[in-house]
Design a protein around this ligand. Structure first.
Ligand code: ACO
Length: 311
């Protein structure tokens, strides 16, 4: 037998209705949301780094402006998501401290380097493409503030995905060297992008409960499959090859069967041993230190204002 509150919660979930911040919710539901939303927020913030690496070197003023706007969008996404987590009682300070102490997770994908301009194309096409596939169903997440934040984030991500596709398309219509640069970049980003969807379903400890709570609507493997099905025709338009020699169309399921994913690499990156993990965290720590005076000034100003109002 459930308590009255718990029964109400279950009924809301059952009816595909939304849970709002003031509603009663099981402690596990709250914890799992804080976990997922804060990891998602951290990913957006750390995700600014691989691309900001190219802002000063983008090949034209127009490309610089587009890239700068895109990186700024990622900051905005991080901020909405931190705010959504705050409605569950998490504090910005705790979340930030966990990130800079290296105790919080963020997406594996942002621990890979961006040595060429084509990587800006691959990040848009593959990384933001994977993000959209994973995040469109999250617009229907049972927790209101999370689902609503995802609506705007997904609109912006679709724009990001197109600008990445367009960068690759332009390179693929260029010189042999430019085409090679685009292909090399796709070769480096393809598999890590597939890993963004998380471990295979039989190795995903959080999925069953998250799906029962309607936070997640599809399993990791389902979304990964949907993504590959979407990529194949787009790769043909671009004229790039997806670096999977086992990739083939399965007539029976009408899906593209993919080769083996290197899960050892995934676990290494999660354990902090990816190419750029240490650098990403150090940069985030430095930025936090450099911003200290701003936070202190803002806090001093706020307390002066409060004191003035009280006197
Ligand atoms: N990178 C880092 N950690 C990951 C990744 C990944 N690609 N995939 C899974 N994990 C972690 C999970 O966070 C979980 O860790 P935890 O239990 O310590 O919190 C663990 O691996 C096991 O995975 P699952 O049980 O499958 O976890 P979950 O059900 O949360 O599914 C997923 C993972 C699909 C990433 C989910 O959390 C999600 O949809 N999150 C929202 C989207 C998101 O965070 N995107 C970030 C990248 S996109 C972008 O920022 C542009």
């Amino acid at each position: 037998a459930f308590s009255v509150e718990e029964q109400q919660f279950n009924d809301l979930i059952e009816a595909d209705s939304r849970i709002e911040p003031r509603d009663w919710m099981p402690e596990g539901y709250r914890r799992s949301l804080v976990r997922q939303i804060s990891q998602h927020a951290h990913s957006e913030i750390i995700g600014m780094q691989p691309e900001s690496n190219w802002i000063t070197r983008a090949p034209s003023l127009k490309r610089k402006a587009i890239l700068m706007a895109k990186v700024q969008d990622e900051a905005g996404h991080g901020l909405y998501l931190y705010s959504a987590a705050q409605t569950l009682g998490a504090t910005r300070d705790d979340m930030t401290d966990a990130l800079i102490a290296g105790k919080a997770r963020y997406s594996s994908i942002f621990n890979y380097p961006t040595p060429s301009w084509a990587d800006m194309g691959s990040i848009g096409w593959l990384v933001d493409g994977a993000a959209i596939c994973n995040q469109v169903p999250l617009c229907r997440a049972s927790y209101g503030p999370y689902g609503r934040a995802m609506v705007r984030i997904c609109k912006e991500e679709s724009f990001h995905q197109r600008q990445g596709f367009e960068i690759l398309l332009e390179l693929m219509q260029g010189t042999a060297e430019q085409r090679q640069m685009a292909q090399d970049s796709v070769d480096r980003w393809y598999w890590p992008a597939l890993m963004m969807f998380g471990p295979p379903d039989d190795d995903s400890p959080n999925s069953a409960q998250s799906m029962a709570w309607k936070i997640k609507r599809h399993s990791n493997d389902e979304l990964r499959q949907r993504f590959v099905n979407m990529l194949v025709p787009q790769a043909a338009v671009l004229g790039v090859t997806l670096p999977d020699s086992d990739l083939h169309f399965n007539e029976e399921t009408q899906q593209w069967d993919l080769g083996e994913i290197d899960w050892t690499e995934f676990h290494e990156v999660l354990a902090g041993r990816g190419a750029n993990n240490a650098q990403r965290l150090q940069r985030r720590r430095d930025a936090h230190e450099e911003g200290r005076w701003v936070r202190e000034a803002a806090a001093a100003y706020a307390s002066k204002q409060t004191a003035r109002k009280e006197s």
